[in-house]
Design a protein around this ligand. Structure first.
Ligand SMILES: C[S@@+](CC[C@H](N)C(=O)[O-])C[C@H]1O[C@@H](n2cnc3c(N)ncnc32)[C@H](O)[C@@H]1O
Length: 226
């Protein structure tokens, strides 16, 4: 996790422009994540954003749910600082710097969201464990949605997704930068698993109404309700 932390400490200032060059349809993905939150937009819902980064998801939550009270957690101090600055007009957002595997979560959240963060957990057991902790932290009827990098169900699909991802990055970045920087970082720091496994684990944890609400190649938004 030290590598992941250092990566995002170093990248925080450029993150918002870089993410648009690296992740296809990033804005659409975040919009999908927030659009599926099924609550009255005038209510003061309690939200947890795991791996908040520079605050893009929390900002989208605040725009849709102006009275929401959000807790933002991130490993990297510099990412938290970017989020604080982006969300400075709101006084009902709490920030916690730390590893979400180790931090204790309050009880009674209406919503837990996470975007492009949980795939950094190296082991399947850690992913299952965080799903179980998310379930425990939600109130009954609360929802969890995750937008993340996932694997497909066959090598053929995974190779196809990787080619499509490289083609997308090539529109914005040089082949050298993709092959010498971003693909090696992906191999070292990202541990995506098959989308169907995520759904299985979420189902076994107790989540209901599970669905994949958006997908493009290896990027998916999925989740359900407690
Ligand atoms: C690719 S960024 C995504 C940021 C934001 N969610 C978004 O979609 O714009 C991943 C973020 O997750 C954070 N992160 C990764 N693993 C984490 C962990 N175990 N605990 C807390 N934060 C973590 C990183 O520091 C980084 O800021």
């Amino acid at each position: 996790m030290e590598k992941v932390k250092n990566h995002f400490e170093d990248e925080a200032n450029e993150f918002d422009s870089l993410i648009l060059k690296l992740i296809p349809y990033y804005r659409e993905m975040v919009t999908s994540l927030v659009t599926v939150i099924p609550f009255d937009t005038s209510k003061p819902i309690k939200v947890l954003d795991l791996g908040c980064g520079t605050g893009n998801v929390s900002k989208a939550v605040k725009e849709r749910f102006p009275k929401s009270r959000i807790t933002c957690i991130d490993l990297a101090e510099n990412m938290i600082e970017m989020a604080r600055s982006k969300l400075s007009r709101y006084n009902d957002i709490k920030y916690q710097r730390g590893d979400f595997r180790e931090l204790e979560f309050e009880k009674g959240y209406d919503v837990v969201v996470s975007s492009l963060a949980l795939h950094h957990l190296p082991r399947d057991e850690e992913k299952k464990e965080i799903y179980s902790r998310i379930y425990d932290t939600l109130r009954k009827g609360g929802v969890f949605y995750n937008s993340d990098i996932v694997l497909g169900s066959s090598n053929y699909l995974n190779n196809l997704y990787m080619e499509k991802w490289k083609d997308f990055m090539l529109k914005n970045l040089s082949l050298d930068e993709i092959e010498e920087k971003w693909i090696p970082k992906h191999r070292e720091e990202d541990f995506p698993v098959c989308l169907l496994d995520h759904l299985d684990w979420l189902c076994n944890t107790g989540f209901k109404d599970l669905d994949v609400v958006w997908k493009y190649s290896e990027f998916a938004v999925f989740g359900g309700c407690k």
